[in-house]
Design a binder for this molecule. Structure first.
Ligand SMILES: Cc1cc2nc3c(=O)[nH]c(=O)nc-3n(C[C@H](O)[C@H](O)[C@H](O)COP(=O)(O)OP(=O)(O)OC[C@H]3O[C@@H](n4cnc5c(N)ncnc54)[C@H](O)[C@@H]3O)c2cc1C
Length: 511
């Protein structure tokens, strides 16, 4: 839905201004909610558990200089179809910083490391065919079908978690090769015949996707976005979007206020929180909770209905781990690599090169490893030092330059699965369990469903999980629900650290 349309709806439905609203979490969803609610005339307070604002938007800078090279430890690219994200990029005056993000498979000079064999991306499918044999060399199928299948497997191997890699191979073996054989694939090969246009293929052949296993079909949706040729980035770092939002809200953002319990009452919400080791309780007319369910499910929750509790408990989170190297030089440029990503081998998966130019006097940055799923978990279970050494040694096979003394000036890494404030990378709408028949595609509606005056937003509450777009859309939807809700009369009195709404206390605490 169009961002402006959603905001206009909020304005129309807003009969009464001046509601007092507490937002839990200062990630993109919380900040967008604060920004729009204030614009509609409401009073907002933000409680953030961690010492840092931004949540899963985290630009790590290697140095204090203004033009220091940086790595995105969280969100790094914006699909040009993500209208809500781009709306706020524009609204925050950052449009002139948008530039192309060169993604996986766009830089054909990038490398692949398959079981110790290192080759350029453009040579991958033919080498795959030879290596894996089986269906890829089965002469019952045309050369084109076999090459196409090998490309498909290459793409899935590079991007997806382990279960889906196996799932594609199974699907190919059982029926997808026959399906491919029926299609005219020639139009999807590049002129040199080395790469395939997966975007066009999937758009032209919905029947192919429909015949994939459910989990794989959903993952294809992600692959299409990740390999699209019109991804954008914010030059200078995604965190600029966060900081501009922070500058644009009047609300105080209280960092280090860790929410520990939420109790939903009839007309208000009671929140327990910890600050500097001391616990406090506060009461709010309305609350927007953007805390990930992976964190929420460990808290005391009262006044929630059973279905809601089940959604909080069962929403699936996929781990994600990133390891970035600050390098003395952008040595990969000498090898003709100007961005995009290599597949650096099992356990490390994608290595991204910057597609913005850094000031060479400060060195450069490679996102040496970006993993999700089982690979991310494995890296997350290592100590930081072990993880950094493992990534250095593995990527070092593709890029021996990394082993040169002093080439790696610094390292930054995060295992989002272990990160206290999200306990996971992002939610997934596909289940790990292929036999699980529950429909994860609609569970976001349950995740977003309010409980009296407690509203929910965040990527987990949206149909675009794992994207800023989803976090923002869910925030706009929560705002609509709040402003449409009949107001309750308020009169606050302060009780030390505890703000208690007298009238409601008298009526609601009875019994
Ligand atoms: C590795 C990775 C790569 C990604 N890449 C992209 C990308 O390229 N493009 C894109 O669009 N999206 C990407 N995403 C997704 C995007 O980053 C998220 O969808 C988005 O940032 C989530 O925002 P949010 O506000 O929903 O949640 P969060 O950013 O997680 O915000 C929740 C906030 O709640 C706070 N909190 C948690 N617990 C408590 C508590 N007990 N008390 C108080 N506060 C608490 C957290 O500290 C946090 O600040 C990526 C995500 C990851 C992890």
């Amino acid at each position: 839905m169009d961002t402006k349309f959603m905001l206009d709806m909020c304005k129309l439905s807003n009969v009464e201004k001046g509601k007092k609203i507490t937002i839990l979490g200062a990630g993109i969803a919380g900040l967008v909610a604060a920004y729009e609610l204030e614009k509609l005339g409401h009073e907002v307070t933000i409680m953030e558990g961690s010492p840092r604002i931004g949540g899963r938007v985290w630009t790590h800078r290697f140095g204090n200089e203004k033009d220091a090279p940086y790595a995105e430890l969280g969100a790094m690219r914006i699909p040009s179809s993500h209208n809500h994200t781009l709306h706020y990029v524009k609204e925050m005056g950052l449009s002139d910083k948008l530039c192309k993000f060169v993604t996986v498979f766009e830089e054909q000079n990038a490398f692949m490391n398959v079981e110790g064999n290192i080759f350029r991306m453009k040579d991958a499918p033919r080498l795959f065919q030879e290596r894996y044999q089986g269906i890829y060399t089965d002469t019952r199928y045309s050369e084109q079908t076999r090459l196409f299948a090998a490309w498909l497997q290459t793409i899935v191997n590079t991007i997806s978690p382990g279960n889906l890699r196996a799932s594609l191979e199974q699907d190919l073996r059982s029926h997808l090769m026959d399906e491919l054989e029926r299609l005219d694939l020639s139009v999807y090969f590049s002129d040199e015949g080395e790469t395939i246009d997966l975007q066009r293929f999937i758009k032209d052949n919905p029947g192919f996707r429909a015949r994939c296993s459910k989990a794989l079909d959903m993952f294809f949706g992600d692959i299409l976005v990740e390999t699209s040729h019109d991804l954008l980035q914010i030059k200078g770092g995604m965190e600029q979007l966060i900081w501009r939002l922070v500058e644009s809200v009047k609300a105080e953002i209280h960092c280090n206020q860790q929410v520990t319990a939420i109790r939903v009452r009839e007309n208000f919400v009671e929140i327990d929180w910890l600050e500097n080791g001391e616990s406090h309780t506060s009461i709010s007319d309305y609350v927007v909770c953007t805390i990930p369910f992976s964190v929420l499910r460990k808290m005391e929750l009262a006044g929630f209905d059973e279905r809601k509790l089940a959604s909080i408990k069962e929403t699936i989170y996929c781990p994600a781990t990133k390891v970035a190297f600050h390098t003395q030089q952008a040595f990969w440029e000498k090898q003709g690599i100007q961005g995009g990503a290599s597949f650096s081998g099992e356990g490390v998966r994608q290595t991204y090169y910057p597609s913005v130019k850094f000031n060479p006097s400060h060195g450069s940055v490679m996102l040496a490893s970006y993993t999700i799923g089982d690979d991310a978990e494995r890296l997350g279970n290592m100590s930081e030092q072990e993880r950094h050494n493992f990534v250095k040694n593995t990527v070092g096979k593709v890029h021996p330059e990394l082993q040169t003394e002093g080439m790696i000036a610094d390292v930054a890494s995060i295992a989002w699965g272990n990160y206290k404030w999200s306990a996971g990378g992002c939610t997934v709408h596909w289940s790990d369990d292929m036999t699980d028949e529950s429909n994860h595609t609609i569970s976001y509606l349950e995740a977003a469903r309010p409980q009296n005056n407690l509203f929910f937003a965040g990527e987990h509450c949206s149909k675009y999980p794992a994207w800023l777009q989803g976090s923002i859309e869910s925030a706009l939807e929560a705002i609509y629900d709040i402003v449409s809700k009949e107001p309750v009369s308020t009169s606050f009195i302060g009780l030390g650290n505890t703000k208690v709404k007298q009238a409601q206390l008298e009526t609601s605490f009875v019994g």
